[in-house]
Design a protein around this ligand. Structure first.
Ligand code: AGP
Length: 614
């Protein structure tokens, strides 16, 4: 996820660009850049680092002009660097492009353009857009309207994008286009703004035009013209936005955590995007560096991580053993790194980390490499330390996760682990092509199921009432439900400060059952599977001791509601994918309990988003 901002009017564009990018920094902050046109000349300034680093650069070489575009980056393709920062330009240096999204077919486009003589300066997917626009001008002549060249270029592109383009030879217009990534136009007296979200413009205008998918906007000082990517004119009405800037930064949600819970469908779609082809049961990871031979040599997998990422590793343990049919285990990173682990060149160590900077996990990566293991990592931050220290990397494309409590990073980790298990199983022949095709299709259906469930969010808010005054809770699960019980307990304790414990349901009778009474609500993951009858038995054990049971169960399960005090139904899916759906109600439950208790949901006490110390 990146941030785009643009201005055209009668004042200097640069201050608006910098101010707008600062408000968009939550969308990405590994590099940034601006482009303006001043007296018919295009100027670009960009660099890795924070926007304050960009300001320092611009102070050394001020750039002026009443029209400009800016970008703050969250790297997906191409490490954070000066060259990979946006805006990107074409070979002539007359075109500047900023982009938010993922160009899925950038590699074939880049190869074809390079074959035609185009020289690329970066390793990003975005740069192909600038060269496609240039190619069209070369073919159709320099006087073709910029919007026509952009239209032709975007017809060749697959994937998601919101872009803004400047062209030195047509200095009085910004052309913007979108598909799958947000782009909004702000109208004010004598000036027009574009932005990735509303808050960045609210200071200047509340009159907003939403650009829809497959639409292209041409913005000049005379106003805004919109057409479809196929050239049909589109009439647009500005709408009045009544949000206050504070709530608008969270897209209208009360907290970043709630916003990120709702971003999970898109985050999972983006994480899958460009990596699978169902009909060919094709699964591909760009930067994994993993050969068939290496896949066959692996005789054991060790996941290592901390916190929520460690819970993702627990699910991975089940999936690897179930589909790849080799031993798998999960280690707390801090334990692994100091335990003299027995790993070797046939061991695959998988480090999982949203931030890619967790000190314990980084230490575990170093130890695993020192012991000769092959190390890959699953990270959400491109170019992070753990990513750079690993032999191979698989990125989750969840976008920046601002809330300390990890939500969309977790479900995208589960998505990657599921896909990687299929990838490894296919390379080792432990699942058939037909099985792989079905399992990929099952995964692709998950974001819609999450959206379907999120529509019933109010049910969870009501269920939270039972917990908001309790001091202790238990979360129980079996099989893949057990790691989700742990994750639900972690979510609750870290943002509501209620003591919550996740436990294997079968273990309850070996001690924890002594805790059960009417003041101890118990959340039970009553998921379909071969342990289902046992879970129903566990619910009865709790009820027999006066406990309160809130069950998470699968739609259509009529038995569980006869036993539990409350049931939260999740959509049906396969047993292997049920953890991704089962965690959503627990995220919302923790969120609403914390809100009811007046806790600081996004920055809970004592916690940091990334624990970069041991
Ligand atoms: C999860 O909600 C917590 N914020 C915490 O447990 C987190 O998962 C852990 O610190 C690991 O962080 P990482 O994924 O960035 O390595």
């Amino acid at each position: 996820m990146c941030g785009i901002f643009g201005y055209i009017g009668t004042k200097e564009a640069l201050p608006f660009l910098i101010e707008g990018l600062k408000k968009l920094e939550y969308r990405g902050y590994d590099s940034s850049g601006v482009a303006t046109i001043d007296k018919g000349r295009l100027f670009i300034e960009k660099c890795a680092g924070k926007i304050s680093d960009l300001e320092k650069k611009i102070n050394e070489r001020p750039i002026r002009g009443p029209i400009g575009i800016g970008h703050t980056r969250w790297a997906t393709h191409g490490q954070p660097s000066d060259q990979n920062s946006h805006p990107h330009e074409d070979c002539t240096g007359l075109i500047a492009v900023v982009h938010n999204g993922i160009i899925e077919n950038y590699l074939p486009l880049r190869r074809a353009l390079a074959d035609e003589g185009h020289k690329f300066l970066s390793t990003t997917d975005t740069e192909v857009i600038a060269h496609l626009i240039e190619k069209y001008f070369t073919k159709a002549g320099q006087n073709v309207p910029l919007e026509e060249a952009v239209r032709q270029a975007m017809l060749a592109v697959e994937g998601s994008y919101s872009i803004a383009v400047l062209y030195e030879k047509q200095p009085n217009k910004i052309v913007a286009a979108r598909k799958g990534s947000p782009l909004i136009i702000g109208i004010s007296e004598g000036e027009t703004f574009i932005s990735s979200d509303i808050p960045a413009m609210l200071k200047y205008t509340s009159q907003i035009i939403y650009l829809n998918d497959y639409e292209i906007a041409t913005i000049t000082e005379d106003g805004v013209k919109v057409e479809t990517i196929h050239g049909q004119k589109v009439e647009k009405e500005a709408v009045f936005i009544s949000w206050d800037p504070e709530s608008a930064e969270k897209g209208g949600y009360a907290h970043f955590m709630l916003k990120e819970i709702h971003e999970q469908p898109k985050a999972i779609r983006d994480t899958i995007s460009g990596r699978v082809k169902v009909d060919e049961s094709f699964i591909h990871f760009d930067e994994l560096n993993f050969t068939e031979e290496e896949a066959r040599q692996i005789n054991r997998v060790v996941f290592t991580a901390c916190g929520t990422s460690w819970h993702a590793g627990l699910i991975g343990e089940y999936l690897i053993e179930q589909f790849v049919k080799i031993p798998a285990e999960v280690e707390y990173a801090a334990e692994f790194r100091y335990r003299h682990p027995i790993v070797d060149e046939n061991t695959l160590v998988i480090a999982i980390s949203q931030s890619g900077e967790t000190a314990d996990t980084l230490g575990a990566v170093w130890e695993a490499k020192a012991q000769g293991a092959k190390v890959i990592s699953i990270c959400n931050v491109v170019g992070s330390s753990i990513a750079r220290e690993s032999h191979g990397i698989i990125y989750t494309y969840a976008g920046p996760e601002i809330g300390v409590a990890s939500t969309k990073a977790f479900t995208t980790q589960l998505t990657v682990i599921y896909l990687f298990a299929l990838f490894l199983a296919k390379k080792r022949g432990s699942i058939s092509k037909l099985e792989a095709q079905k399992m990929i299709s099952d995964l692709i259906a998950i974001p819609d199921k999450i959206e379907q469930f999120l529509g019933r969010e109010k049910e969870i808010e009501a269920a939270a009432e039972r917990f908001s005054k309790c001091s202790n809770t238990l979360f129980l699960g079996r099989g893949k439900g057990f790691p989700i019980a742990l994750e639900g307990a972690l979510k609750l304790k870290e943002i509501s400060y209620i003591h919550a414990e996740g436990y294997p349901a079968a273990e309850m009778k070996h001690g924890p059952i002594a805790l059960i009474d009417e003041n101890m609500p118990v959340v039970v993951l009553a998921l379909a599977g071969r342990r289902y009858d046992k879970i129903l038995g566990n619910i009865e054990e709790v009820k027999a001791r006066g406990g309160i049971v809130v069950a998470v169960a699968v739609e259509g399960d009529a038995m569980v509601c006869e036993k539990a005090d409350e049931v939260i139904y999740i959509p049906q899916t396969t047993e292997a994918l049920s953890p991704i759906l089962a965690v959503i109600p627990l995220q919302l439950l923790a969120y609403y309990i914390a809100v009811k208790r007046g806790c600081h949901v996004d920055q809970p006490r004592n916690l940091a988003k990334s624990v970069t110390v041991e």
